[in-house]
Design a binder for this molecule. Structure first.
Ligand code: GTP
Ligand code: MG
Length: 201
């Protein structure tokens, strides 16, 4: 059983005074686009966000093939790593693909490939350039959650930190490009980026 976790508990400060997760991208809320794509390759879907986001996100996802479960941040604004840990705590599957809510071009076939690469390890994390794409990666849910907890206890908030505590597979640029295009990692932060991206759907 494969799980999908959409991390959406951020404040969208670069976007402005509304939540980018539910902002419409060419007529469809961004998180809906992520759920539609991720939903093609997983058996369950969990959304991590704050309590005050649930109604709008639920409406944005209404009628989706999966009735997503919500994993709410008990202590909001602790950063994406805390959100990942919270989301992973709510999955039933052994492995979960974590995807940020602001990656509407996420490639389902690439997520499938990440599940294959993660098998018998604790994570498969793409590194298309110098940065690890920790918010588009597949994790062994329990192992990653424990690693996040340990990192947070050490006062570490960088999302990459728990990875180093795991048996992780790096999916290097060459491998990434063999299976998808870099568009899969594109994340939208500003209204300008939204407007430019909307034209591509
Ligand atoms: N649960 C949770 N998720 C977060 C938090 N901060 C960011 N995220 C999520 O992590 C992903 C990437 O974060 P950003 O692109 O920085 O999003 P953001 O923080 O909402 O936007 P900015 O305020 O403009 O940085 C998005 O899916 C966010 O929803 C947080 O404190 N808690
Ligand atoms: Mg942020």
């Amino acid at each position: 059983m494969r799980a999908g976790v959409i991390v959406a508990g951020g404040r969208s400060t670069r976007f402005g005074d509304s939540d980018k997760a539910v902002a419409e991208l060419s007529g469809t809320p961004m998180i809906r686009r992520v759920a539609d794509r991720l939903g093609q390759v997983v058996d369950e879907l969990v959304v991590n966000c704050r309590d005050d986001q649930v109604d709008a996100i639920d409406a944005a996802l209404s009628g989706h093939a999966f009735d997503p479960a919500f994993a709410l941040d008990e202590d909001p604004d602790q950063g994406p790593m805390a959100g990942i840990a919270t989301g992973l705590g709510a999955v039933e599957g052994e492995y979960a693909a974590v995807v940020a809510c602001d990656m509407p071009f996420v490639d389902p076939a690439f997520i499938s490939y990440l599940f294959e690469r993660a098998a018998s390890h604790e994570a498969a994390v793409p590194r298309p350039d110098e940065w690890f794409q920790t918010t588009q990666a597949v994790y062994h849910a329990d192992a990653m959650r424990a690693a996040c907890r340990r990192a947070l206890e050490r006062g570490e908030h960088k999302v990459v930190e728990p990875i180093f505590d795991l048996d992780y597979v790096v999916v290097e640029r060459e491998d990434v490009l063999e299976h998808t295009s870099l568009e899969t990692f594109e994340n939208l932060n500003t209204r300008e980026e939204f407007e430019a991206a909307a034209e591509r759907f």
